[in-house]
Design a protein around this ligand. Structure first.
Ligand SMILES: [Zn+2]
Ligand SMILES: [Zn+2]
Length: 262
C-alpha cells in the first residue's frame, strides 16, 4: 500500500512544538523487508546476475528492491573500474552485464573509500551533482573523485532509503524526484543544520535519523524554505509507516533530554 505524507498533521505538529510526542515503531517489519533483500546478495555483498528484478532509479540513484546499490560492468571491453550509482548511459545500455554491490561489499574499504583500482563513474557524478561535481573546475572534480566515500553519501541518503523501504511515497512522487536529489539532500540538510524543525533535536550525531520533505508535493528545489527538516520520530507523527530502529529511538530520546533549552 502506498500512502502520502500527511502534511496537515506535520503542520499541526509544527504548531504544537513542545507537546509530548508519542510514537510506535515497527522493528520486526523493517528487519524482515531488509533481510529479505539482502538474501539476494552473496557473502561479499554482491549480486552477480540480475535475473527477474532489474534495478531502477529514484532521485537519480540506483536502487534494487528499495536498497541503494552500486554497479560494476562485467564486460570484457570495460576494465575502467568505474563504479556506477546513477542512470548514466553506459550503465543503462549495459544493465544486463552489470553486477550489483551493497555499500558493505568488498568494493569498499572499511573507511568507505573505494578499493584500489576502482573509481566513481564521472557521468554518474555529473548526473547526481554530488559535491557540486557538475559545476566544479577540473582540479576540483579530481578532488571529488579522489574523496569519493560511500559513508559520506550514506549519511545523506539512508533516510531516503528508509522512506523507500517504508513505501511512504507514491510511485508518482518517486518519479518526480529530480536526478540531483543527492545534491539536494546534501545541501538542504546542511542548511537545516541537521536540526528537527518540530522537536528541535540535533540529529548530527546520528545523521540517518534526519529527513527532508518538500512543503509542496513534487516540488524539489534547492531552496531550504521549500522543505521541512524532520527527525524520524516527528516524521512518524505525519506518517506512521516510516520505519524507525530502536537505536534511533534511543539516540533521539537521549538527545532531546540533553537539549540546551530543556
Ligand atoms: Zn555511470
Ligand atoms: Zn523531531
Amino acid at each position: 500500500m502506498e500512502i502520502k505524507v500527511n502534511f496537515n498533521s506535520l503542520q499541526n505538529a509544527l504548531n504544537q512544538t513542545g507537546a509530548t510526542l508519542k510514537y510506535r515503531f515497527s522493528l520486526s517489519k523493517s528487519n524482515s523487508i531488509f533481510s529479505k533483500v539482502l538474501n539476494d546478495f552473496d557473502k561479499a555483498g554482491s549480486l552477480q546476475i540480475i535475473t527477474n528484478t532489474p534495478p531502477n532509479f529514484y532521485g537519480g540513484l540506483l536502487v534494487y528492491k528499495n536498497i541503494f546499490v552500486y554497479a560494476l560492468l562485467n564486460n570484457e571491453n570495460d576494465n575502467s573500474g568505474n563504479i556506477h550509482f546513477s542512470s548514466c548511459d553506459i550503465l543503462k545500455n549495459n544493465l544486463s552485464q552489470a553486477s550489483l554491490h551493497l555499500s558493505t561489499s568488498d568494493l569498499f574499504k572499511e573507511s568507505g573509500e573505494l578499493q584500489k583500482g576502482y573509481k566513481p563513474c564521472e557521468s554518474c557524478l555529473q548526473i547526481t551533482n554530488w559535491n557540486n561535481f557538475s559545476f566544479a573546475e577540473d582540479w576540483a572534480k579530481r578532488i571529488v573523485i579522489r574523496q569519493f566515500n560511500i559513508k559520506h553519501i550514506h549519511d545523506h541518503i539512508i533516510s531516503f532509503q528508509k522512506e523507500l523501504l517504508s513505501k511512504i511515497h507514491s510511485e508518482e512522487t518517486l518519479l518526480s524526484i529530480p536526478n540531483n536529489f543527492l545534491r539536494i539532500l546534501e545541501i538542504i540538510k546542511a542548511k537545516k543544520k541537521w536540526n528537527c524543525q518540530i522537536c528541535k533535536v540535533d540529529t548530527s550525531g546520528y545523521k540517518q535519523t534526519f529527513h527532508i520533505m518538500p512543503t509542496t508535493d513534487h516540488k524539489y528545489t534547492e531552496n531550504e524554505g521549500d522543505y521541512y527538516g524532520l527527525c524520524v520520530l516527528c516524521l512518524k507523527k505525519a506518517n506512521n509507516y516510516i520505519i524507525t530502529y530502536p537505536e534511533e529511538l534511543e539516540y533521539l530520546n537521549k538527545s532531546r533530554l540533553n537539549r540546551k533549552d530543556h
